[in-house]
Design a protein around this ligand. Structure first.
Ligand code: ADP
Ligand code: ZN
Length: 285
């Protein structure tokens, strides 16, 4: 039996699954503070004594360098109670089985790469556009990472010519997350993104920013597929705008797959991250 945790800034999902990555049981609860959350995690997994390995995909930034002192920690998160929290270390105090540790978006990327929208490709990027913006990349089965993990949501972009908004990122102001996350949309227009009319001008701006980001990822990494998930992508106008703007900005400079094949939605839906966690666990066996 395999176990997985999707540790999100809003909620935690815990699941156990079989070796075919079918989910056998799952639970979820709001992200509060570490001690309470940890008790709920352990309460769920302690009911299963056949767990062989676990995969965790966590919100971050997190320490992923096995040789660094902060390996396994949630590090500089705006969620103060979770800052510098040794999440993996706490889990290892309770469980003897191997535990894989990566970012929430890398886990979702892994799920989509093996079983979802990336399954026929050797490389893909997964970007979530939600409360935050973050991305993971897998090339030939391996995460792209080095000194740390990627932070694809915090790249600096040019403002849209009709958008004076200075952004909501506490670190960079108008980085991608500062301009195109759900909270950035809400701050600009004064209503929640999900309540905003399809014809509002802001959707074209969001498409414009995501297209700039995808252009940068394309030029740096040349992936075979880019998968766009997260709550903001529920507004179908965004995907249409991204594809149109992307093609304009690329201006035929290099070849990419045909745009409808290249920029796609996830096919595992809400299960991408937890499925990726099960795959990460399986890789440890
Ligand atoms: P999280 O990022 O917290 O894991 P989500 O990926 O669901 O969660 O993203 C939540 C964000 O997505 C919120 O800012 C919300 O306003 C926005 N959102 C949710 N539904 C929609 C929708 N239908 N259209 C546009 N934005 C949406
Ligand atoms: Zn930023």
């Amino acid at each position: 039996m395999l176990a997985a945790i999707e540790a999100g800034g809003t909620k935690f999902v815990c699941a156990v699954g079989d070796h075919q990555f079918n989910i056998i049981d799952r639970t979820s609860f709001p992200t509060t503070y570490p001690e309470e959350t940890m008790a709920k995690i352990i309460g769920f997994f302690d009911a299963y004594d056949e767990i062989e390995a676990m995969g965790i995909g966590s919100f971050g930034p997190i320490g992923i360098n096995q040789h660094a002192s902060n390996y396994g920690y949630i590090t500089s998160t705006p969620k103060v109670k979770w800052r510098n929290y040794n999440f993996l270390g706490e889990m290892k105090k309770h469980y003897q089985f191997p535990i894989g540790w990566t970012t929430d978006v890398n886990a979702a990327c892994l799920g989509e790469y093996h079983l979802g929208s990336g399954k026929d490709k050797h490389s893909c990027i997964y970007l979530t556009v939600g409360t935050g913006v973050g991305g993971g990349a897998i090339f030939n089965g391996r995460f792209i990472e080095g000194f740390g993990h990627a932070e694809m949501g915090h790249i600096i972009l040019r403002n849209h010519s009709a958008d004076p908004f200075q952004g909501v990122c506490p670190y960079h102001g108008n980085c991608l997350e500062g301009l195109a996350s759900g909270p950035a949309i809400e701050k600009r227009v004064g209503v929640k993104a999900e309540e905003l009319d399809k014809n509002h001008q802001v959707w074209e701006m969001i498409g414009h920013y995501l297209a700039q980001a995808l252009l940068n990822y394309t030029l740096i990494l040349r992936p075979e597929r880019i998968i766009l998930g997260g709550g903001v992508m529920n507004q179908s106008k965004v995907l249409t705008c991204v594809k149109k703007e992307f093609a304009l900005m690329l201006a035929g400079y290099v070849d990419t797959p045909e745009v409808d094949e290249y920029i796609v939605l996830p096919s595992l839906g809400n299960n991408a991250g937890i499925t990726g966690g099960l795959i990460l666990a399986h890789q440890l066996l």
